[in-house]
Design a protein around this ligand. Structure first.
Ligand SMILES: [Zn+2]
Length: 113
């Protein structure tokens, strides 16, 4: 399924977070201009792409039902999906991931195969 990325979204604002992946959408709280300037943004972008990978690995319902179950059982910081995402967000962003990020800045909404 194609990935769609939206900046300056009310959804993360409502949830009190900087970003949320509701596959096939990634919603960021800040505007493109703010994200371009922010040193923390590539890591956040990568973090959300790891959630995209997790959804694709497990399937939509399996991922979100399990995610919510882990959230209740372990809490956010010890949710195994978050543990993986926080661990791997520090890895270098791949050329493909960087391209997706830059394209999403250029056009606001980007479709990825
Ligand atoms: Zn996360």
């Amino acid at each position: 399924m194609k990935l769609r990325i939206k900046y300056r979204s009310w959804i993360p604002r409502l949830l009190g977070v900087d970003a949320v992946t509701i596959y096939p959408f990634i919603f960021f709280k800040h505007s493109v201009e703010q994200c371009k300037e922010a040193s923390w943004f590539p890591k956040l972008f990568k973090h959300e792409l790891i959630h995209v990978e997790q959804v694709r690995r497990l399937g939509w319902w399996n991922f979100y039902v399990t995610y919510l179950w882990f959230q209740v059982a372990y809490g956010y910081k010890r949710n195994p999906f978050e543990v993986e995402a926080y661990k791997r967000q520090d890895e270098d962003i791949s050329p493909h991931q960087k391209l997706v990020m830059l394209q999403s800045w250029g056009w606001g909404w980007i479709e990825e195969k």
